[in-house]
Write a protein that binds this ligand. Structure first.
Ligand SMILES: NC(=O)c1ccc[n+]([C@@H]2O[C@H](COP(=O)([O-])OP(=O)(O)OC[C@H]3O[C@@H](n4cnc5c(N)ncnc54)[C@H](OP(=O)(O)O)[C@@H]3O)[C@@H](O)[C@H]2O)c1
Length: 324
């Protein structure tokens, strides 16, 4: 396994982060693994040297956190655990969502309880909250750090101007600043290259992209997009503009290069994102041990500059997707 420093935090993380949205409860999404298979996946990830795990309170409404905590019991110190808050957890309680002090304090305690941990390594805001001033959110997060419940704070998808406002507010108020950005980025969705990624590079922010395989669409030919359990039912995947612009041509080129490199399409998609200096660790989602092993093996693939250019060449701007 390769390790890298997460942004400017000094924390060493594996270059593959295991996304834990894929396990929890199949009652939440039918493609989600239940407990025993989820634990097996985490154990194999640890065997492969993965030390970085990303979950959220909303994944399977807390089940993902509970299973991750169970799988990591006895291995807490050597793991870097990231979770998030923002989405409403209880339909009857509007304060179980958003980024108010009340929501953050309650949801963080609930996450720690499910994880069975005293501290979370990286606590992330899942989305921007239009209803709460960012100063209020940052003060609550900073207090959580001071109380020892959180080591580092991070953010997920938002506009770059919002992220810049948040960093500026932290600096102005002398509070801990967001150290990481978890954003939507892959070969079929590159809108983040305009503003967010150069901004993160400038600010020393750790970048940990979500859906690096376009929710599976980069891992198989376009005509098989819906050929898996998740492909069939994942409305969010269909909602992203993956096949607009040059998407289909890019997908064909990924398949061609997979043949040339004697690799799978998923490995070419991951080799491409791993090659980006600004990216610390893509967050890979899988329900399969074999696919997890493929992701780790993708670290050994080095694409030539001309192949990278050829993969990128058909891309055309597509509508912003993931935080709008
Ligand atoms: N912050 C946010 O708003 C946000 C949003 C979405 C996701 N996330 C995070 O990012 C993580 C990853 O998201 P994602 O699951 O959408 O990511 P992804 O890695 O882009 O897509 C996962 C899909 O790719 C397929 N896949 C993976 N490896 C494969 C391989 N080698 N061959 C064929 N298919 C393969 C998986 O199928 P199999 O299950 O069959 O392997 C699964 O259907 C999540 O777990 C979560 O932690 C965050």
């Amino acid at each position: 396994m390769e390790y890298t420093t997460l942004g400017s935090t000094g924390v060493e993380v594996s270059r593959i982060c295991l996304g834990c949205m894929s396990f929890g409860s199949s009652d939440w999404r039918d493609w989600v693994l239940d407990e025993s298979a989820g634990i097996e996946l985490v154990e194999r990830a640890r065997d492969l040297g993965i030390n970085f795990f990303d979950t959220a309170n909303m994944y399977s409404r807390g089940e993902s956190e509970r299973i991750l905590g169970k799988a990591l019991a006895g291995h807490r110190e050597e793991s870097v655990v990231a979770t998030k808050c923002y989405f409403q957890m209880d339909d009857d309680d509007p304060n179980s969502g958003g980024l108010s002090r009340k929501a953050i304090e309650q949801e963080l305690d609930a996450s720690l309880d499910r994880l069975g941990m005293d501290t979370v390594d990286l606590y992330q805001t899942h989305r921007w909250d239009d209803e709460t001033p960012i100063e209020e959110t940052l003060r609550a997060l900073d207090d959580a750090v001071r109380r020892g419940k959180v080591r580092t704070i991070g953010a997920s998808s938002m506009w770059t101007h919002q992220f810049a406002d948040a960093l500026h507010a932290s600096d102005r108020l002398g509070l801990d600043r967001f150290a990481t950005m978890q954003n939507h980025y892959n070969l079929l969705y590159r809108e983040e290259e305009r503003e967010m990624l150069p901004f993160c590079e400038n600010e020393g922010i750790g970048v940990i992209p979500w859906s690096p395989l376009a929710r599976g669409y980069l891992a198989r030919p376009t005509d098989q997009a819906e050929a898996t359990a998740r492909g069939e039912s994942d409305d969010l995947a269909r909602g992203h503009p993956y096949f607009q612009g040059g998407g289909q041509t890019i997908n064909e080129r990924v398949a061609e290069l997979a043949n040339e490199y004697d690799a799978t399409m998923a490995q070419i998609g991951l080799a491409w994102i791993l090659d980006k200096d600004v990216v610390d660790a893509p967050i890979v989602g899988t329900t399969s041990i074999e696919h997890l092993e493929e992701a780790v093996a993708a670290l050994e693939i080095s694409l030539s500059d001309s192949d990278v250019d050829w993969l990128e060449e058909p891309y055309e701007p597509v509508p912003v997707s993931g935080h709008e």
